[in-house]
Design a binder for this molecule. Structure first.
Ligand SMILES: Nc1ncnc2c1ncn2[C@@H]1O[C@H](COP(=O)(O)OP(=O)(O)O)[C@@H](O)[C@H]1O
Ligand SMILES: [Mg+2]
Length: 445
């Protein structure tokens, strides 16, 4: 409706303007013709006097007896001398000598044909010497008819435009309304728990499609997050059940045989409890890192000393497994970050390399900088992680099949990823052929 009103109003305005300018122009043209004819007659009058004027009018009437031109040359009492007008019109001319009047047709036939409405005319009047006067004018009938026709046409035009606008508006709001209601229906389904449902798009790339696409992407990430939450709670329940059961069993045995084996049982129960605590701590730490605002508590970090410290810490551990830890540290400009977290992440990577690399194997640790990127890489020559499992390896509690026998809870790489995200760094698990290479690319601000 609003669309139709706006459209109709603009069409009316446009047509009105058009009418006003054409009608004005036509009236001007008609007045100019009258002026020109009057000027011709005036010239004859000036040169040849009253007789000349009379002759001139007669000539014109003879030459074109049925034109729209009107002439009347009248004597002192306005009585007709010559002209095609029966009598001097009623009404007083305006300051410019112009007068608008009605033509009374002597026969009256023409009037009746037009429903008794007498024809309109417009003329210029002149006062001549000795009470004589002259009237030169035009029958305005045609002009009026043309104007009336124009008005009719324009009115229809405005009406039609408004109608079309109404139809167009209805069509647009109908199709938009229909799409919105399908979208609303989809949202209702999603809200009722069908998280995998997506908003429909028409594939035309308009605003609604863009909006639906964005909402769909948002839904995908929400779904993934929900999935993660579910997986984590499943895993927590599952992974903690085993050590808790063992702990319980040990305490049970302890109660039954408070004898020589007691101390051993207590020690292993304590170890089990420690493992549980570690898992919880790791989970909490990841959650905290993930919840942190970027640059919160950041300071200038010297990567070289972090890498050196980690290498010193893990050199002996590697040696204990007969492994060789190879360290290559290039000078790297200082960057802004969290030194403790970076150190922890590096320790987790070294721990994996030493733990999953073969006995007597090699572990390589390197630090380098290219352009505005500092790169830390940890590489071993163990079994590595199959390419299709590398994404899973970053998830909480995921542990490879070959790792079931080694200690750990599957949270080390999750923390590394959280730390990488916090530092806007890129974390990549690559094939070292054989073995795994983990590369952390940190931007230097
Ligand atoms: N260097 C590596 N070589 C082979 N497998 C690895 C390596 N690092 C990690 N993994 C695999 O990824 C899994 C997840 O690692 P992580 O998150 O550190 O947990 P965790 O070490 O406690 O098992 C490990 O269980 C292991 O299967
Ligand atoms: Mg680990």
């Amino acid at each position: 409706m609003g669309y139709a009103i706006l459209f109709g109003a603009s069409a009316a305005l446009l047509f009105g303007l058009f009418y006003w300018s054409t009608a004005g122009f036509m009236r001007q043209q008609s007045d100019a013709t009258i002026q020109a004819e009057a000027a011709g007659l005036a010239e004859r009058y000036r040169v040849e006097g009253l007789d000349g004027l009379t002759a001139a009018i007669e000539e014109r009437l003879l030459r074109a007896p049925s034109t729209a031109s009107i002439y009347l040359f009248a004597g002192p009492g306005h009585q007709r001398i010559v002209g095609n007008l029966t009598g001097w019109p009623e009404g007083t001319p305006d300051a410019g000598g112009w007068v608008d009047f009605r033509l009374t047709d002597p026969s009256g036939e023409a009037d009746e044909a037009r429903g008794g409405e007498p024809r309109a005319a417009r003329a210029r009047t002149f006062r001549l010497a000795e009470g004589y006067s002259l009237l030169v004018g035009r029958d305005m009938q045609e002009l009026d008819a043309l104007q009336a026709r124009t008005v009719r046409t324009l009115t229809w035009g405005v009406g039609l435009t408004a109608l079309l606008a109404l139809a167009g508006g209805a069509l647009v709001s109908y199709s938009t309304g229909r799409r919105l209601s399908t979208i609303n229906a989809a949202i209702d389904e999603i809200m009722s728990g069908e998280l995998s449902r997506r908003l429909p798009t028409r594939g035309v790339g308009d605003e609604l499609d863009l909006l639906a696409g964005n909402v769909n992407r948002m839904l995908t990430s929400i779904e993934r997050a929900m999935d993660d939450v579910r997986r984590v709670s499943d895993n927590v329940a599952h992974d903690l059940r085993t050590p808790l059961t063992r702990l319980r069993n040990r305490l049970e045995t302890l109660r039954a045989e408070t004898g020589p084996g007691t101390e051993e049982a207590v020690v292993s129960a304590i170890q089990e409890a420690d493992g549980l605590l570690q898992t919880f701590n790791a989970l909490l730490r990841i959650a905290r890192v993930e919840a942190r605002q970027r640059t919160d508590g950041f300071s200038e970090v010297d990567l070289q000393s972090i890498v050196t410290d980690a290498a010193e810490l893990y050199g002996p551990v590697a040696e204990a497994r007969g492994q060789h830890l190879e360290v290559a540290i290039a000078p790297v400009p200082a960057l802004v970050g969290d030194a403790d977290l970076l150190f922890q992440a590096l320790v987790n990577l070294l721990d994996n390399a030493v733990k999953y690399g073969p006995e007597g194997g090699d572990v390589r640790l390197s630090l380098s900088a290219v352009g505005s990127t500092a790169t830390i890489a940890v590489e071993d020559n163990g079994p590595g992680i199959a390419e299709e499992l590398r994404d899973d390896a970053l998830r909480r509690f995921w542990r490879g099949d070959h790792s079931r026998t080694s200690p750990g809870s599957g949270l080390g790489l999750s923390l590394v990823e959280a730390v990488a995200n916090l530092h806007a760094a890129d974390l990549a698990l690559e094939d070292a052929g054989p073995g795994l290479r983990v590369v952390l690319r940190l931007p230097i601000q």
